[in-house]
Design a protein around this ligand. Structure first.
Ligand code: PEP
Ligand code: MG
Length: 597
């Protein structure tokens, strides 16, 4: 075979690191199921495969209906009855079976085309009731196809070790399943700068580039790739010269990480003696070792929702209690902030039924969902209270948009406390309730919120999204997702001032805290507590330890009054160069270009 052409792709680098290796293209069943022609003798086995998947889907729906009826709301469980009926409907499953026999195509392909035919007919009726049934129909078919595809390709297990995974898109739950020992890096067509997929990649320390448009059209499994997760570069069939260049970059990256060892145990103290609290964001208990080994002084954000997504039924209270107890024990008295469920947006929890929404990031997400299903919320708070018996418990409410939501959440927390009290096994010594500031309304009313809450945590990932009206997972507007936008900085400044005035602790737990250049600005704006992906703690510490707060305050003051995000970025990079650091290929990498002390 002759030499294949080299292709260079420029995407969004969302998790640093340089990797060279073979591609493994993940087949994904999105809205187009792949077609496969069957040999005549395969037909009956294929029909049996269809029926097996239908039975599994039925079991899953019934179990969902049961848990939802018991733990969320019996009325909500009724939507699943329609799903069970559809799963026995001869129109859908019977017709699929007929067509597999007639056309000799695979079950997922036929089921999907039958679904689309019926869906089209329902929608053509132009009736709201039937339009709603179309959603049920698609939902049911997707559930069956999920089982069909799992029956056919157990993908997680077939990824050869050291592969670079290439996929159309990976949800946060898919990413969480990628194993670090198998997956060297991943690259996707879709994905935005602050998606939870990007955050998971950082947490797992897997270099990643997203927003590559059509990379799956070019790459085949086994092709040789280079991925630079800091610069956002992917090269297919690289030249010898490119291989040499990126091997050096990979080596340089490895060496710079090694040089960080010493920073793990040192405090994040600036040259003029200001101490910054450095905490970790975690999604799973399995990240605790990493958080501790990187020198986390606490868990500033435990995204408890990962416990609820990617599973068929809701976790039991005892299962949750065990997980929360484990986190508190591992942190051994250091602070731990439990954020209550933040599903919705790009985090879909199979175990919680939510209606389809046109704008999920503006919909029934986070605290709104918890308040809509009070028992779901109490089911989460009770295990937290039990796990923190006799000690301090910090509960963080995500996506607060007004004070009434805080009152309502407090009322439900009080109810959960009364439930636990009657068990007679004791309560936490103190329960502190905090709000995430991630909606501009909350930032503008930070003084009002600070007056009623025990702590505030600024979630910049969403604050940027909602302030700039830029979907954090949409690559088409990724260039507009500007975290250093003066409007964003002004809101953060306002929150810090309001919290300081009330003597209420405030921290930043969005990804801005883990971008070294932006962490400089946050400290300049008065933030003294940062929480980030664990492995970014040492690099951010390294940078802060080389800075003077007085200079950072001047820098922040200047940025607050600039007109455009581009000017803000330029001013930041200039300040960095003035600091005696080298030229910056990527702002994310700033810590690697500091002058030697
Ligand atoms: C944020 O919005 O900044 C945040 C930390 O929460 P999440 O990324 O989970 O939405
Ligand atoms: Mg958020």
């Amino acid at each position: 075979m002759g030499k294949r052409r080299t292709f260079f792709f420029d995407g969004l680098g969302v998790s640093g690191g340089v990797v060279l290796g073979p591609a493994h293209v993940l087949e994904q069943l999105g809205y187009e199921a792949e077609s496969r022609t069957l040999e005549p003798e395969e037909v009956e086995a294929e029909i049996e495969r269809l029926h097996n998947a239908v039975s599994m889907a039925r079991e899953e729906v019934q179990e969902l209906a049961r848990t939802v009826a018991e733990r969320v709301d019996p009325q909500q469980a009724a939507i699943f009855d329609a799903h069970v009926t559809l799963l026995g409907d001869p129109l859908l499953i019977g017709r699929t079976e007929e067509r597999i026999r007639r056309d000799h195509h695979n079950a997922e392909f036929v089921l999907w085309s039958v679904t689309r035919d019926i869906g089209g007919q329902l929608q053509a009726l132009g009736d709201a009731y039937f339009a709603e049934r179309t959603h049920d129909l698609y939902d049911v078919s997707r559930r069956v196809i999920k089982f069909l595809s799992q029956l056919r390709h157990p993908q997680g297990d077939t990824i050869p070790a050291g592969s670079i995974v290439v996929a159309n898109d990976l949800g946060p739950a898919d990413t969480a399943q990628l194993r670090r020992d198998k997956v060297a890096a991943f690259v996707t067509n879709a994905g935005g700068p602050a998606s939870h997929t990007a955050i998971m990649a950082k947490a797992l320390q897997i270099p990643a580039v997203v927003g590559l448009d059509f990379i799956t059209h070019y790459v085949r499994s086994g092709d040789f790739l280079i991925v630079d997760g800091s610069l956002g570069h992917v090269i297919l069939n690289p030249t010898e010269e490119q291989i040499r260049f990126y091997r050096e970059r990979a080596e340089e990256w490895r060496r710079s990480r090694e040089g960080l060892e010493e920073f793990r145990t040192l405090p994040a103290e600036t040259l003029d003696g200001t101490r910054i609290q450095m905490e970790a964001n975690i999604e799973f208990g399995s990240e605790l070792d990493l958080a501790l080994s990187q020198g986390a002084e606490g868990i500033g954000l435990f995204r408890t929702e990962y416990f609820f997504i990617d599973r068929k039924s809701l976790p039991s209270e005892s299962e949750q209690e065990e997980a929360y107890t484990m986190v508190l024990a591992a942190m051994d008295g250091r602070p731990v902030v439990f954020r209550t469920l933040d599903v919705g947006g790009d985090k879909i929890a199979n175990s919680i039924p939510t209606p389809p929404e046109a704008n999920p990031f503006l919909g029934l997400r986070a605290l709104r969902l918890s308040l809509a299903y009070p028992e779901l919320f109490r089911c989460q708070v009770r295990p937290m209270l039990r796990a923190a018996r006799g000690r301090e418990l910090k509960i963080l409410l995500p996506m607060v948009s007004c004070l009434e939501e805080v009152w309502e959440a407090r009322r439900l927390i009080d109810e959960a406390m009364a439930d636990v009290e009657t068990e007679g096994r004791g309560l936490p010594e103190r329960v502190l309730v905090g709000a995430m500031i991630e909606i501009p309304a909350a930032a503008l009313q930070a003084d009002v919120l600070a007056a009623e809450l025990d702590f505030l945590s600024i979630g910049t990932n969403d604050l940027v999204q909602y302030t700039l009206a830029v979907d954090r997972v949409n690559k088409l507007v990724g260039h507009l997702y500007q975290q250093a936008h003066p409007a964003v900085l002004q809101l953060i400044h306002r929150v810090v001032r309001a919290a300081d005035a009330r003597g209420v602790p405030v921290s930043v737990c969005g990804e801005m805290a883990s971008d070294p250049l932006l962490a400089m600005v946050l400290v300049g704006l008065g933030v003294r507590s940062l929480s980030m992906s664990p492995q970014l703690i040492p690099p951010v510490k390294k940078l802060l330890r080389s800075m003077n707060v007085s200079a950072l305050e001047e820098l922040a003051e200047r940025l607050l009054h600039l007109s455009t995000p581009t000017e803000a970025r330029a001013a930041l990079e200039e300040a960095f160069r003035e600091h005696g650091a080298g030229p910056l290929p990527s702002a994310q990498d700033a810590w690697r270009y500091l002058p030697e002390a």
